[in-house]
Design a protein around this ligand. Structure first.
Ligand SMILES: Nc1ncnc2c1ncn2[C@@H]1O[C@H](COP(=O)(O)OP(=O)(O)OP(=O)(O)O)[C@@H](O)[C@H]1O
Length: 355
């Protein structure tokens, strides 16, 4: 009898020549594009022309370009999609792939958004560093793990506090699903005014949230543990860091099929949230704080979150890789999460990350 051991990742040098190549430039990501700050036109296009990389360039023109592009992929060929974006655009792409075709999809992510947790998680820390990796013959490819969340019926996307699309089925996330303080600051920072500040927008929104009580009532069953709220902070993540120095999950490894629950309860003290945020910035030392829950969850763990007293909009907003989702107006809700058996699949597509 023979047995084979599948490697976690393999070296890959031919994704620019052997697959159909797309460059998806999400032009609103980060602080946007200007004539002087335009990675594709200034750097990538001239190099691709020089070395004859046949590719299709798509620049977003609206909030639906990413999803329309994902829906348009027909799966007739394996493809490589190079994202010049942040995490939200990658999430929108994955969640809008069509359920008919089947092919392999390799994703390469330039860290061109605000948070860039996915790119950071595979060591792509800045655009120039990522550019070197894109052309490096010893780049690696690994399965891109996706996690599933089932929102209550009637939940909807919220863009700049306005209701947009209603959610029709379970959604995938790649790096983070949050509630509480984290979701609130991401939601509140999504205004044209704050977006001009780049990564600082999260800090500005964080300070205004710190002036309000952070009390999100409910409980979570995570594996063999039942944790009672009210929570100030609550999230599930596969990533190690959300920003270069914001080490939310020091034991996290995006290449593993696992999530970490990071949460802490509401306290009376005026400074407890800031103190824990500083510990996160201090090499993730919050995981040693007895008030912080830090728990690894794998595919055998059932995760169910119940929210209570959650009628007010601020209490029922969630962040899905940067997108904001609101639950319908009701006192109580249940959300379930799933770590699948083959987490790098969306319908019949097989997804990989290049780094
Ligand atoms: N021309 C456009 N008009 C309106 N919305 C756009 C346009 N281009 C992109 N978008 C949307 O803007 C968002 C950009 O999110 P993305 O994650 O790429 O960047 P970010 O928010 O700066 O980074 P991060 O998610 O890492 O914090 C996506 O929802 C995308 O669909």
């Amino acid at each position: 009898m023979t047995s084979t051991i599948e490697p976690l990742f393999f070296f890959e040098s031919n994704y620019l020549t052997d697959t159909k190549v797309y460059v998806l430039d999400s032009v609103n990501s980060g602080t946007g594009r200007t004539e002087k700050k335009d990675l594709y036109h200034q750097i990538l296009k001239p190099i691709f022309e020089l070395i004859n990389v046949d590719h299709e360039y798509i620049a977003t023109t609206s909030a639906s370009t990413v999803s329309e592009f994902a829906k348009s992929l027909d799966g007739s060929r394996d493809s490589t999609v190079i994202f010049i974006s942040g995490d939200t655009s990658v999430n929108e792409f994955v969640n809008n792939l069509s359920d008919k075709p089947s092919a392999k999809l390799k994703l390469f992510t330039f860290p061109s958004g605000t948070g860039n947790s996915l790119a950071l998680s595979v060591g792509l820390t800045d655009e120039i560093d990522a550019l070197k990796k894109l052309f490096n013959s010893s780049s690696k490819v690994a399965p891109l793990n996706l996690y599933e969340v089932d929102f209550p019926k009637g939940s909807y996307f919220l863009v700049q506090d306005e209701k947009t699309t209603e959610i029709e089925g379970p959604l995938k996330f790649l790096v983070v699903l949050s509630w509480g303080f984290h979701a609130s600051l991401v939601a509140d920072s999504d205004t044209p005014e704050l977006r001009k500040h780049g990564i600082e927008r999260f800090k500005l929104a964080a300070f205004s949230n710190l002036e309000q009580e952070q009390k999100y009532e409910g409980h979570v069953k995570a594996g063999d543990e039942l944790l009672d709220g009210p929570f100030a902070y609550w999230l599930l993540t596969s990533a190690k860091r959300f920003e270069p120095t914001f080490e939310i999950s020091p034991k996290g490894d995006i290449l593993e099929e696992s999530l970490y629950l990071v949460s802490f309860k509401t306290e009376e003290s005026p400074s407890y949230i800031m103190d824990i945020m500083m510990q996160i910035y201090n090499k993730g030392s919050h995981i040693d704080n007895k008030n912080v829950t830090y728990k690894k969850l794998t595919k055998d763990d059932k995760i169910v979150l119940t929210t209570t007293n959650s009628k007010s909009l601020r209490k029922r907003r969630f962040c899905l890789d940067g997108s904001i989702i609101a639950l319908p107006e009701a006192d109580e809700h249940q959300l379930s999460f799933n770590i699948a058996e083959h987490p790098n699949r969306q319908f019949n597509w097989e997804l990989f990350i290049v780094f």
